[in-house]
Design a protein around this ligand. Structure first.
Ligand SMILES: [Fe+2]
Ligand SMILES: [Fe+2]
Length: 261
């Protein structure tokens, strides 16, 4: 496996590489789908924040996501043949993801929730399994092997993280107690997007760019396919948390209604 940057000698137009790494502007049904997912998720966020259990559930979703990224960084984002610069960069990235895991775990503990991560939910497990099959299928077509699909999947996951955190910060507003935590992580994830983009421009050789484009299209297609089901699942979870916390709210209201108690 080559250890130098394969893209350096006859690098293509940097703007072309950049364009394929950025999420393409959605048109037609995918655009409508993205808007629908955004609206459902904003409604789900408001509902989940309405109860302590819902807020803990949201933080646990972040915790599990961050723990999965940490695991992927350890297992797939470096190999023994990785260039030294990439190993150093992955080590720093891993430290930052561990920091996110600690911050979300602290926020959960402050709210009395469990910080045991366990397994990702069923939908996320299916998505991860499809990504892994995709990585194995594409890896032989790149001189840097599985590192390229690993960073392509990582890029899309970080881009999704930025979208999710931006929507969340926007929905709760700057005065919400969780805003500083989410905005801080958003800054880090935005930097990780740039890091993954920079890495891909260095490890993908020019003749491999059409294959990278096809790979990114497939990754984003899988992500989109899970968008609506994921947002509906989130909305239902918010509804369930609000419903479960209702007896406690009713109990708190009872003394006001009954002057003899
Ligand atoms: Fe993170
Ligand atoms: Fe990240």
């Amino acid at each position: 496996m080559p250890t130098s940057a394969p893209n350096t000698p006859d690098a293509p137009d940097a703007r072309d590489v950049h364009a394929c790494l950025l999420p393409p502007p959605a048109r037609g049904w995918p655009r409508l789908q993205a808007r629908l997912v955004d609206r459902i998720k904003r409604a789900a966020l408001r509902r989940l924040h309405a109860s302590q259990a819902g807020e803990v559930l949201l933080l646990r979703m972040y915790l599990i996501g961050e723990a999965s990224t940490e695991q992927a960084l350890q297992d797939e984002w470096t190999s023994q043949d990785s260039p030294a610069w990439l190993s150093r960069q992955a080590a720093r990235h891993l430290e930052e993801e561990r920091g996110h895991v600690r911050m979300f775990a602290d926020a959960i503990a402050q709210r009395g929730g469990s910080t045991h991560t366990g397994e990702p939910d069923w939908l996320s497990r299916r998505k991860i399994a499809r990504w892994k099959r995709l990585a194995l299928r594409h890896a032989p077509h790149f001189s840097q092997g599985v590192l390229v699909p690993a960073y392509a999947i990582g890029l899309c996951a970080e881009q999704m993280g930025v979208r999710v955190l931006r929507r969340h910060c926007d929905t709760i507003g700057a005065d919400h107690p969780l805003h500083p935590l989410l905005a801080g992580v958003l800054d880090d994830e935005s930097r990780h997007v740039r890091l993954c983009m920079h890495t891909l421009t260095r490890i993908v050789a020019t003749p491999e760019l059409p294959r990278l484009e096809a790979l990114l299209r497939e990754i984003r297609g899988i992500e989109r396919g899970f968008g609506i089901s994921g947002s509906i699942g989130m909305y239902l979870a918010g509804w369930l948390c609000a419903w479960r916390s209702r007896p406690a709210a009713d109990a708190m209201r009872t003394p006001e209604r009954d002057p003899h108690r």
